[in-house]
Design a protein around this ligand. Sequence first.
Ligand code: PLP
Length: 399
Amino acid sequence: WQTLSNRIDSVAPSATLAVDSKAKAMKAQGIDVISFGAGEPDFPTPDFIARAASQACLDPRNHRYTPTAGLPELRQAIADKTERDSGYAVTPDQVVVTNGGKQAVYETFQILLNPGDQVIIPAPYWTSYPEMVTLAGGEPVPVLSGADQGYLPSLDALEAARTERTKAIIVNTPSNPTGVVWDDDLVRAIGQWALEHHIWVVSDEIYEHLTYDGAHTPYPGALVPELRDQLIVLNGVAKTYAMTGWRVGWMVAPTAVSKAAGKLQGHMTSNVANVSQRAALAAIQGPMDAVETMGRAFAHRRKSIMVALNQVPGVECPEPKGAFYAFPDVTGLLNRPLGPHGTISRTSSDLAAAILEETHVAAVPGEAFGAPGHLRFSYALSDQDLAEGMRRFQAWIGA
Ligand code: PLP
């Protein structure tokens, strides 16, 4: 009677959160760990947002439940923002405010999938996608493209993975973990292919505002407007406004799906905390200068980390044009002695463990993203830590 459900036993813990908590535990023991592990901006939430939240605490309206799908004014602001940023006009009843983008992804698959339905997941992928598909009874179908392909999926490979049971495809660009930004033509082609084969497009746009070198986020809703009845957009304030801990995300979907999400959320969490919703409203309606300032800092760090990684023989890293991750192929560092103890790593998981143990630098192994033989470095850390972390990594490799 003490066994847990097959459902929960089929799910792996979040490897990115695991690396982050190991690094934090080492820090708590007084070890000087430099973490490239966390997928969160190191900046404080901009003042005007925190002030809106602090006022919201004192406003009695915010002591009560809001509608499950979110404050009406926030849903309206999200609809307006979606049209402003992605050129995709939607109505507030298509919007559901969720506890982080994560809950929006989770709800999407709970709503779309029947047992055995397949979801094509271009890999390297964000670690939670396949687990959430599995939790919903679906079958994740990863389609891997490597560093030599610039981590861009080819339409031929997607078509080869398609079956009668294909229900949805995930589009996540800028991408976690690669930082790669797909171009308009690729997204248009995938959108048209999905349209032709009646496949839902789940577009995770959480890194939309973090692009560099003139790259821009391609929005399926604007590029293939005919997709609107089979398009679900996922987004949130976490990455754009340095608000990971505030837990506000959203889904924008056809009303049949947004209504279903409201129903599901009504039994799961009810509304997102009011104070956080008020903060998100201030963020979305506020000026973008703080976002631009953070973007400039990330752009600078991106250059620094690329210079450092390219100095390491055996490491190949397509230049990321978005988000705040670099995702080098490190197969050249496997199966040979490295570091003062001549440690040999057979896999990127071993390599990440050795680097953390011996140099106190944390990075997430590619296994977490369906791409063994890689490491993910988040460059959302200070310039000094970035430089010191890369110095340790290079010294350990003997570069
Ligand atoms: N989607 C992607 C691709 C992410 O990287 C993350 C966070 O790491 C999320 C969604 C969820 O973000 P949150 O739940 O913090 O809003």
